[in-house]
Ligand binder design. Structure first.
Ligand code: NDP
Ligand SMILES: Nc1nc(O)c(N)c(N[C@@H]2O[C@H](COP(=O)(O)O)[C@@H](O)[C@H]2O)n1
Length: 226
């Protein structure tokens, strides 16, 4: 099944953490990196996060620059790319910022195990796509997104979703900004958590670029597979 071009953009500390041990959002990027992230958002057809990120950060995932929003409108697009949440049990709060802030489409990916009343509530606010029995079937869901016209998908984490996407061979490129912080903590999320690899199925990448930005470094990777 055809799927979109998929890339992950993330910011992590020098020790690979993407937030604190309390799973509190940390400002890792500086202004230049946030502008770069905004450009990536504006150039995508959709931006996707896991339900863990919605619960922890309550992000809006909107394009912030007025100029970039204007350019999207002039190109006949919605002001914001579609915002997608991977949420097997339909736990997304109906008052989440994703629903309150910005124009544009919202899509919730749920599984067959999601309570029907919660799905009905979310359907008032978003398109709902059902795949998988207990958990969202990510490969099938990516195919459905492509059928819904999404050709370029930006994934913004978090750690568990990043593992789900990468381990299923669904990620083409990864952009990580590594900031000048050490967060530490064995329970603080790293860029990729989940089940993890054994030696024979470690995922390989090719370095595309490395660029110093303010006090950190932006690494661009192409995922080449197992
Ligand atoms: N610095 C940065 O760039 C960023 C940092 N973060 C941080 O990351 C943390 C959140 O990460 P995390 O807690 O791992 O949550 P995630 O955002 O990765 O969401 C994970 C959840 O997604 C759902 N899911 C559904 N289907 C799948 C599947 N097939 N594979 C994987 N996940 C699936 C699961 O919940 P269910 O079973 O209920 O569906 C799972 O628990 C926060 O602390 C946040 O601040 C987040 C984004 C960016
Ligand atoms: N690129 C980047 N740098 C950081 O330092 C960050 N903390 C994040 N976090 C991501 O941004 C989301 C918030 O988006 P909104 O401002 O609400 O639109 C957050 O959920 C992370 O995905 N990213």
């Amino acid at each position: 099944m055809e799927r979109p071009f998929i890339f992950i953009n993330s910011a992590m500390s020098a020790d690979g953490k993407i937030s604190t041990k309390e799973r509190k959002q940390v400002r890792i990027s500086g202004n230049i990196d946030f502008k770069r992230m905004d450009q990536l958002r504006a150039g995508a057809d959709a931006i996707m996060v896991g339900i863990g990120t919605v619960m922890a950060d309550d992000p809006s995932l909107t394009v912030k620059s007025p100029e970039l929003k204007k350019q999207r409108l002039e190109a006949g697009l919605d002001e914001n790319p579609a915002r997608v949440i991977v949420d097997s049990k339909a736990r997304t709060p109906v008052d989440a910022d994703i629903f309150k802030k910005g124009e544009g489409k919202r899509i919730i990916l749920v599984s067959e195990s999601a309570p029907h009343d919660k799905v009905a509530e979310l359907k008032k606010k978003a398109d709902v796509i059902i795949t998988g029995k207990e958990s969202v079937d990510l490969p099938a869901a990516m195919g459905q997104l492509r059928e819904n016209g999404i050709k370029r998908l930006m994934v913004e984490g978090g750690a568990t979703l990043n593992w789900g996407m990468i381990s299923n061979g669904l990620v083409d490129e990864i952009y990580t900004f590594v900031g000048n912080l050490i967060i530490g903590g064995k329970t603080a999320p790293t860029f990729v958590d989940g089940e993890g690899s054994t030696e024979d199925n470690i995922i390989k990448m090719e370095l595309l670029d490395a660029e110093k930005i303010e006090e950190g470094i932006l690494l661009k990777w192409k995922v080449t597979g197992k």
